[in-house]
Design a protein around this ligand. Structure first.
Ligand SMILES: Nc1ncnc2c1ncn2[C@@H]1O[C@H](COP(=O)(O)OP(=O)(O)O)[C@@H](O)[C@H]1O
Ligand SMILES: [Mg+2]
Length: 362
């Protein structure tokens, strides 16, 4: 599965882009501010219905226009899909898959699994637990079709509970709601725990490849004390939850932590090592999906060279090549291509990005 054609109109400084893409490596080379990250952002938007940079879509629409349009052609061995997404300043979103209206963003996301590696993405390691929950949930979403409904219901129930906290006078009024919440919390947490456990050996293997000098270990925390009864915890923390206005303990606090030689990675690793670890995690997870579901995963790698020495860059390139995935890589200069094992004879594609204009260089 790969994105074989991409059309972009009025997405940031990309006013008019139409690209035939390689199913292998696609390199985007251009100066600062030329539009490289915007292109990755557009691909991400097509696969998620949102940006990895800004939550305000009006910031993404080109200053001079009223809406942006994205069109993609997705090829799989025997099928292909055409995907179209349009977003206006008024907030209207139109989404079409194979010309059909009424599709949901989650339909879109199932079609195009992708992993993003950006300099800002280090929050996966040094940011709050929400980034690591999102990492785990990504895998669950793509691997288990039933996960999304559980997750969405859990989120809705928690939201309702938090608003109800301000209105009820005693726990008895809340308890009926909590029965369903506890059930969902257990399902979601068990799925996360199983998935984390299945992914662990893949992560350890990939870390061994990128960071052989370190012993990386991972651990999943469900968000409340292991072995404790979540229903009891909710009942006991009612007064405190009511005081602060939200539910303090539960699956909404789950975490997936990483340690290097027994210490939290964010405290002991250099930025380069953190970047490598992030690459290892995202590669391990993408490859695991491919192995389990026989589906491809796209990799979007922004500012590929930053923080990495030439040996590590070559290592990353080697691993990406091995995965057989479709890869988008941005760089400021062309001289970094050699480190990406750029192969002119293969189907690699090179694009130059200049002031929002993207042209193939061949
Ligand atoms: N809504 C917008 N409309 C037009 N241009 C924009 C918008 N948002 C950002 N830009 C501009 O788009 C350019 C591309 O940015 P970016 O893709 O981050 O560049 P690069 O990654 O190549 O350094 C920047 O010059 C930025 O000022
Ligand atoms: Mg950039």
């Amino acid at each position: 599965m790969a994105l074989s054609r991409l059309i972009i109109n009025n997405f940031r400084n990309l006013t008019s882009v139409d690209l035939e893409l390689s199913h292998g490596f696609n390199f985007l080379v251009g100066e600062n501010g030329s539009g490289k990250t915007s292109l990755l952002e557009a691909i991400f938007y097509l696969g998620h219905g949102r940006s990895f940079k800004s939550h305000i879509s009006n910031r993404i629409i080109h200053y001079d226009y009223d809406h942006f349009v994205l069109h993609g052609r997705v090829d799989e061995a025997k099928h292909h899909w055409s995907v179209g997404l349009q977003k206006s300043r008024q907030g209207d979103t139109t989404l079409k898959i194979n010309g059909e209206d009424g599709k949901k963003i989650s339909d879109l996301a199932h079609l195009l699994p992708m992993q993003v590696i950006t300099p800002e993405g280090l929050t996966l390691l040094n940011g709050g637990p929400s980034y690591r929950r999102a990492f785990l949930d990504w895998g669950l979403f793509h691997q288990y079709p039933e996960f999304y409904a559980h997750w969405a219901n859990l989120k809705r129930l928690l939201k309702q509970r938090n608003s109800a906290l301000a209105q009820v006078r005693s726990y008895a009024e809340l308890k009926v709601w909590d029965i369903e919440l506890v059930k969902l919390a257990q399902i979601v947490s068990q799925m996360r725990a199983n998935y984390a456990e299945a992914l662990r050996p893949e992560i350890e293997k990939t870390c061994q490849f990128f960071l052989p000098e370190l012993e990386i270990s991972v651990s999943f925390h469900q968000g409340w004390e292991k072995g404790a009864d979540y229903a009891e915890i909710l009942a006991n923390s009612f007064e405190r939850d009511r005081g602060i206005g939200y539910t303090m303990v539960g699956p909404q606090k789950a975490d997936f932590r990483f340690r290097a030689n027994g210490l939290p990675v964010e405290d002991v690793l250099s930025r380069g090592q953190l970047k490598l670890l992030m690459c290892a995690l995202r590669l391990a997870q993408g490859e695991y999906l491919v192995a389990q579901k026989d589906r491809q995963c796209l990799f979007l790698i922004d500012d590929f060279a930053s923080e990495l020495d030439p040996t590590k860059r070559a290592l990353l390139a080697e691993r990406l090549r091995q995965s057989g995935s479709q890869v988008f890589v941005t760089a400021i200069t062309k001289d970094q291509l050699s480190q990406m094992q750029w192969q002119e004879q293969d189907n690699d594609r090179l694009f130059s990005v200049v002031k929002g204009q993207i042209t193939p260089l061949e």
